[in-house]
Design a protein around this ligand. Structure first.
Ligand code: GLU
Length: 332
């Protein structure tokens, strides 16, 4: 019997939720609701210094305002629950130890500066410069000596030149070697913070996620997550990378766009159904700009009806959204 579709939305609560977050959540949500599946909300708050419980609460309230709900996720209580990465360090540590025991992780004593300076391998997307493998061949006795001397070190994944292939739900067949997307990637930083790659792989696998929907800027991470899941003997979910929503300058929407935060739109009195209508139009799901409730998009939703090109928000879009004249939209 086919497994129930289990999706997830995994924001990093480092600022006010913006249209880009709403965009990712909307399509993950539509895919799940269309298939009668389940969706979970997970707070990616690994970096405790940058994440705030206030942003988490506001994000949940903003998503509900837009008519998006979830079947599992953080509870209103103050204590951190199973859906906060900051409360799951034990699981990441166990996975790391298993990789170490299998010989698939090694300690790396290079500083960030060293790594930048030595980098020469090609890379794609946001993967950054590939790690040149300096500590990969270090004899275990030398590594043990340096650890005993309390030198700072991170843990890296020992990659192979296997080609990872997967069928992306929107962009079709993808294939890459780890060397094409960063090489031996980090599992735990020298300050003890677990890497996004490790945490997200552990969580998607152990939370039983069967479909990951996220921005195409994260595509170069997928082979790394497939490698980790394979190394741990876990079944990987299917992946759908979606186009990006860009601002008028062609930049990806990010937290610095305070004016595009859902909170500021709410404060301006913008209707949430306008926000959904704009996103649906931008993705090619509707022919014209009109107010729409996410529920009304469920029946006809399929990724094949989505336009795969990135979408740049125009002045006209913002004018329609806020009910102002074109060209008069400015950051408050
Ligand atoms: N936490 C990541 C972000 O907010 C998303 C990671 C993912 O979907 O895998 O950008």
């Amino acid at each position: 019997m086919a497994r129930t579709l289990r999706g997830r939305f995994a924001p990093s609560p480092t600022g006010l939720a913006h249209l880009g977050n709403a965009w990712s959540f909307l399509f993950a949500w539509l895919a799940v609701r269309q298939a009668g599946g389940e969706i979970l909300l997970r707070m990616e708050d690994l970096d405790l210094e940058r994440c705030s419980p206030v942003y988490m609460q506001m994000l949940m309230s903003d998503m509900r305002w837009m008519g998006l709900d979830w079947d599992e996720g953080p509870t209103p209580e103050k204590e951190l629950g199973a859906y906060h990465q900051s409360n799951r360090f034990r699981l990441y540590e166990d996975a790391l130890q298993e990789l170490v025991a299998k010989g698939l992780a090694y300690p790396c004593f290079c500083s960030r500066k060293d790594v930048r300076g030595m980098a020469s391998a090609p890379h794609i997307g946001d993967a950054g410069a590939a790690y040149p493998g300096t500590c990969r061949r270090m004899p275990p006795a030398e590594a043990a000596r340096r650890i005993a001397r309390r030198e700072r070190f991170s843990w890296r994944f020992r990659s192979t030149d296997k080609v990872f292939r997967f069928e992306d739900g929107l962009y079709g067949l993808q294939e890459a070697r780890l060397a094409d997307c960063g090489g031996d990637f980090n599992l735990r930083r020298s300050d003890g913070v677990f890497s996004y790659q490790l945490a997200v792989s552990v969580d998607d696998a152990l939370m039983g996620v069967t479909q990951v929907v996220r921005g195409r800027d994260i595509l170069p991470s997928t082979p790394r997550q497939l490698a980790l899941m394979e190394a741990m003997g876990w079944e990987a979910p299917s992946y759908v990378h979606i186009p990006l929503l860009l601002d008028a300058e062609g930049e990806r929407l990010a937290k610095r766009h305070a004016s595009l935060s859902l909170r500021s739109l709410r404060d301006e009195g913008v209707s949430p159904w306008r926000v959904v209508g704009l996103l649906a139009r931008a993705a090619g799901l509707c022919d014209r700009l009109e107010e729409v409730h996410p529920r009304d998009l469920v029946h006809s939703f399929h990724f094949s009806t989505m336009r795969p090109a990135d979408y740049t928000l125009s002045d006209n879009d913002m004018a329609w959204l806020t009910g102002r004249e074109a060209g008069s939209w400015q950051a408050p």
